[in-house]
Each structure stands twice: as C-alpha cells, then as structure tokens.
Ligand binder design. Sequence first.
Ligand code: NAD
Length: 421
Amino acid sequence: MTTEKGAATLNAWAVAQHQFDLAAEKLGLDPGMRKVLREPRRELTVHFPVHMDDGSVQVYTGYRVQHNLSRGPAKGGIRYHQDVTLDEVKALAMWMTWKCAVVGIPYGGGKGGVVVDPKKLSAKEVEALSRRYFTEISILIGPERDIPAPDVNTTPQIMSWFMDTYSMHVGYTVPAVVTGKPISLGGSEGRNEATARGCVYTIVDAAPRLGIDLKKATVAVQGFGNAGRIAAELMVEEGSTVIAVSDSTGGIFKADGLDIARVGAWKKEHGTVVGFPGAKEISNAEVLEVECDILIPAALENQITGQNAGRIKAKVVAEAANGPTTPEADEILYEKGVFLIPDILCNAGGVTVSYFEWVQDLNRDHWSEAVVNAKLKEIMDRAFFETVAVSEREKVNMRTAAYLLAVKRVADATGMRGLYP
Ligand code: NAD
C-alpha cells in the first residue's frame, strides 16, 4: 500500500485492500477467493451535464461501485464531496460488504459518489444534479439490485428526489429503491439517528469491559453532521460530558462540557460550530488529541494516522466514520491499549435501519421507533459480542476480528454459490 506521509497521500482503496489482505491471510483463504473478494464486481463512472442557474451547463463526474453481491443486493450510501475519487468509492463499497456481513443483514456492498461541493450549488442545482446522476446510474439500481442511501452531504431530501426520479422512469412509486427517505415517503422511524445510535450502543457495550463509567466519561467528536452531532447528543443522554467537537471549518473545546443542543442550534444558524459562545477554538487536529475517555471520529477517512495516533489520549475510539484510522495508526493504538470499535461494526447501525426501512417498504409496513431501536440494539449487541469473542479467541484487535467474521461470511456465501458459468 501507499507509504504513509500524511493523510493527503493515503489511498482509501489501498487501505481497504490491506485490511482485507490481513484477514484473508489469517483465515487462510483460498487464492482464487482472495482474487475475487479483493476487487469490486462492478464500477460505473458517469459524466453528466447539469443546467446551472446562470444558464450555463456544467459536466459532473459520478460513480457507483458494487463490491460483492453474494449475500444480497448492493447497499451503500451516495456521497457528494469535492474530493470524491473512484478509489474512495471502491473502498467504501468494499467496507459496506464487510459491514453488512458483520451485522448479518442480507446485502452486498455498494457505494456511490459525485465530485461536487454541494454547498456551492443552489437547491435547484442540487436537485437537477441528483436527478440526472440517479438516472445515469439507474442501469445498476433497483430495489432487488442496488439500494442507495445517504452519506456525506446527502440528505433525506436528496433521497426523495432519487426515489421520485426512479419512480418516474418505471411509472409507479418504488419506495424500496432508496433508504434514508423522510417518513412521509416510506422512511423508517429512527433511520436519521441510526448510525449514531448504533455507534453509542457499541460504546455502551464496551464501557463496562474497560471500567468506564459513562456518567463520568468525557467525549470528543470529530464531524458534526448526521453521525457526529447525533452521537454527541446520545452520549449526553448517557450522562457523558462532550468536551470537544469539530466540523470542516474547525473545532471547539469546553472543559466542563458543551451544551450540544445549543451547539446544534448555533451550527444551524451560522453554518459552523466555530464561534460558539463560551468555547475555546481549537483546530480539527487538536480535537482528535484532547484528553478524553471516548473519541468519536465522525467525518472522513484517514484522520488518525501514523503521524498523530501516538498523541491520541482517548481510551476508546468509536469509528462512526468510515475509514478514519489507517493501518499504521491501528497498530499504534492497539499497542497503546486503546480499545477501537471498528467502522464496519461501529457505524453499522445506519445500514441496519436502512435494511429495516427496505423491509418495511417491500411489505408496505411501518414500525414504531421503539420496535426499530429494539431490533437495532439486538443486532448491534450481537455483532459487538461476536467480534469481541473472535478478538479474544484469535488474540487480534477488534478491526481484524470484525474482518475475520465478515470476510468468512462473505467467502462462505461466495464459495457456496460457486463460479458462474
Ligand atoms: P454529514 O455530511 O452529515 O456530516 C459530515 C460532517 O463532517 C460535517 O459536519 C462536516 O463539516 C464534517 N467534516 C468534514 N470534513 C471534516 C474535517 N476535515 N474535520 C472535521 N470535520 C469534518 O455526513 P455523515 O452522514 O454524518 O457522515 C460522516 C461519516 O459517517 C462518513 O465517514 C460516513 O461515511 C459515515 N457514515 C454515515 C452513515 C449515515 O447513515 N449517514 C452511515 C455509516 C457511516
């Protein structure tokens, strides 16, 4: 894989393949199976035009990748970000395959992305871009084939436009083609909070094992969007004190605790957490390194690297984000005795409730939030304790343990189906 000179040089796809290789080696996977699982099944690149408000035409680039479809249709979010690359989408798709297998839901991994900073577009332009992108990737999409969901910078409103676009093409309403929709369009209760809630369930499971009393624990959160903001709120509900948060514009710190509801309102009004009254401004990098019990990276990949892992002071790193920790950092954290809850386990609550949403849509059903949360907790707890058991039995860190579980399940399914023709 690429040498680690800093986050900018790290390639998420190289990281993903490296993590897979470690697990394949430990499992003694057959060489043919390794070759199959090491590559995505399908990669679609699209370049598509959009009418801008000023009358000009812009051409955008988007991707949809399906990694492995042995256990079911592809499932995975769509990201809008100026730094999206095909390699990043491939990594995220592979991670989705493992994530669905860790929690035992019947999907393969997929992911999509568009190279765009949506904050620079009007709502009308985002709608036009979303509808045309979804049309372009629709050759792969469908409720039995590939079911997208939200990711960085994509929202329930964008999921609604995706669903409407697909439904217009086929001539009838197909709610199950995408998850993360508003409740009024067949969205699930609890989906918006699910990634954060699942993450917090795993922290609640981990705390007593590590002698951490969550009522006395301090928390730092990187990223203040769907995953990070709600994780911070839920940690407050657990009685913990959130002392630092950040977003793409910078970080804030308050030793005796931030009022997370107010920080949320501040961000809504000002578009940033920075400037929140009474808090000290710190850099994004410093948020990761504050003295705290629990660190929740909830932004982008490659944030905890060989460069800064030695300075992480948290006892638990709960990866709400996908791929926030590089392999080199993994080793440093493990040696330091940091308990890391890996992304494919920690943030699997999002795809799990997406699965519930899909099941409800296919059955024209609607479950209460209490039912959704109870089913989510059962799945997260089972996956957490299965991963801990593998970690203890094989004497490996939690990431490798989750990979051993997941890769074995996917390899078994792929092997049982055999090679066609
Ligand atoms: P989001 O767009 O709602 O929020 C992203 C947040 O990260 C924003 O607050 C943004 O300002 C911040 N951010 C961006 N760059 C940053 C940086 N360099 N430093 C600090 N903050 C930065 O996205 P989200 O849905 O919350 O996704 C966040 C992470 O969680 C991603 O890794 C995503 O893949 C992962 N995830 C999301 C879901 C989901 O259901 N939304 C599910 C599983 C995993």
